[in-house]
Design a protein around this ligand. Structure first.
Ligand code: LFR
Length: 484
């Protein structure tokens, strides 16, 4: 039976999925190989208000992962296939605390919980933000792991496992920290590619708080016997580290074939930037709020973490509770018909991090800046799209300046790549060609890194990306001068 089949567990802030990825002819340099995805399980996700704050219902998520792996095994068996390995990616920054016996102490906090805000000043008294940036290159966000950890009372004897690492641990019994996600903790040295242990010490955190690092492509372990039995997969089935930070996997699957591209991973958040070989750790870069996250193959994801489609999905949730439930497509079509030049917001305003009553909070910040926004879902939708497109253009121009590069194409991947209004507005605001797709870049990147680890593909990111180009229909948007 063929062994070119891989399971990708891909969980975002609003939904998760387990996908089977099949690689065809990946190793041949001449033939056009392909990567095909089959979604075998989908489930919702979201923050939950629990005693003590906003958390993730991790127990429920892990049950969905097991259900998804069971479905993956069944789907593979139907085709007489064996799953070679499993890869896991989720959002970044958040962690679960596990004791020596391997028990999860509590459901992990969500980065949307406000508790870490008060920890920022005390952390910065111990570690100057300029010094933090010079080593980690990480954009300041109040929910970066180091601020969250500063709110913990007693970490003695505990380990912090980032969410994908926590899932991998429960599947294999092996504790590792995957490096692309480690780079979002604020405790990782962007140049050395190692833990910045001096920062752990300075913050009074245990030296072994995080398990040892592992690189994408390395094997975490094999399924624990009881897990294998439960999901109906062979005990030898491997869990392989991928770009476990969802953005790292998404960027690995950007269908670019030359160097001169910018990317936007557009989903709950918008991650806008460039792929570099070296971090940019200058004060100008810090002032511009650019981050140097680690990518697959030791690349640097030089990007600005901006607000994203969370702004719209939260509005839809509020409108839904008020009995107004338009289809997204209808809302966007009506918003497209509105004239340009309407009011805008700053999508990065920290006022938008928390859930609930988003339309009200959007209208309130617009009023601060002097413009009036009608109390109308279509106008609010248009305002969000204009604001995102303006922010995308600014981030790309800033990245070009700070990294001394020029790009001629902007790739949009993720959910936003299906939003034609957003893609067109981005072409208009940047004045550059926009190539949209694939929508499921994160899962594709997850599968490609596994397939390379198994020897089904050889080469670097350019070779992996060639398979994305040959397997996906991409949409191109060109700037329309009349809209400017
Ligand atoms: C996107 C993402 C971003 C990260 C945010 C919070 O899903 O992973 O890269 O900043 O979620 O973890």
């Amino acid at each position: 039976s063929a062994s070119n089949v891989f399971a990708a567990v891909d969980i975002g802030a609003s939904s998760g999925r387990v996908i089977l990825g099949r690689i065809k002819d990946g190793s041949s340099a001449t033939a056009d190989g392909s990567v095909e995805l089959e979604t075998v399980h989908r489930f919702p996700n979201g923050v939950v208000e629990l005693p003590g704050g906003l958390r993730w219902d991790f127990d429920a998520l892990f049950a969905e992962v097991l259900a998804g792996l069971t479905a993956a095994g069944t789907a593979a068996k139907l085709q007489d296939e064996t799953i070679t390995s499993i890869g896991i990616d989720t959002w970044a920054v958040d962690y679960g605390l596990v004791n020596a016996a391997g028990e999860l102490m509590a459901q992990p906090f969500s980065y949307r919980d406000d508790r870490s805000r008060a920890a920022v000043a005390p952390v910065h008294r111990k570690l100057d933000p300029a010094r933090l940036y010079a080593t980690t290159g990480l954009q300041f966000l109040q929910f970066n792991t180091l601020y969250q950890l500063a709110t913990e009372r007693d970490l003695d004897g505990l380990q912090a496992l980032l969410i994908p690492d926590l899932i991998a641990f429960l599947l294999t019994g092996q504790r590792r920290t995957e490096s692309t996600n480690a780079s979002t903790t604020g405790l990782f040295d962007a140049v050395a590619g190692e833990w910045a242990t001096e920062f752990l010490t300075a913050l009074g955190l245990p030296k072994k708080l995080f398990p040892p690092l592992i690189e994408p492509g390395e094997t975490v372990g094999t399924l624990l016997p009881e897990i294998a039995t439960r999901v109906g997969l062979p005990t030898g089935t491997k869990v392989v580290a991928v770009g476990s930070h969802d953005t790292a996997s998404a960027v690995a699957a950007v269908p670019a074939q030359d160097e001169d591209f910018a990317y936007i991973s557009s989903g709950t958040w918008s991650l806008v930037g460039l792929e570099l070989n070296q971090p940019v750790l200058t004060e100008a870069s810090r002032a511009a709020n650019f981050t140097n996250e680690r990518g697959v193959d030791g690349t640097i994801r030089y990007l600005r973490n901006m607000g994203g489609l969370w702004l719209l999905s939260e509005c839809q949730r509020t409108w839904g509770a008020e009995g107004f439930t338009p289809e997204l497509a209808d809302l966007l079509a009506a918003a497209s018909a509105l004239p340009p030049g309407g009011p805008q917001i700053n999508p990065d305003d920290s006022a938008f991090i928390a859930p609930d009553n988003m339309p009200h909070r959007i209208r309130a910040t617009v009023r601060h800046t002097g413009d009036l926004l009608p109390d109308d879902p279509v106008a609010i939708t248009r305002c969000i799209m204009d604001s995102l497109a303006t922010g995308y253009a600014r981030a790309i121009a800033d990245a070009e300046r700070l990294a001394d590069r020029t790009v001629d194409v902007v790739h949009i991947v993720g959910g936003g790549s299906q939003n034609r209004l957003l893609c067109q507005l981005t072409a208009d605001t940047t004045g550059k060609k926009v190539v949209a797709g694939p929508v499921e870049a994160t899962a594709v990147g997850n599968v490609l890194v596994q397939a390379r680890a198994a020897g089904h593909i050889t080469g670097g990111l350019t070779e992996l990306r060639r398979l994305v180009v040959s397997s996906h229909e991409l949409q191109t948007f060109t700037p329309q001068l009349s809209r400017l």
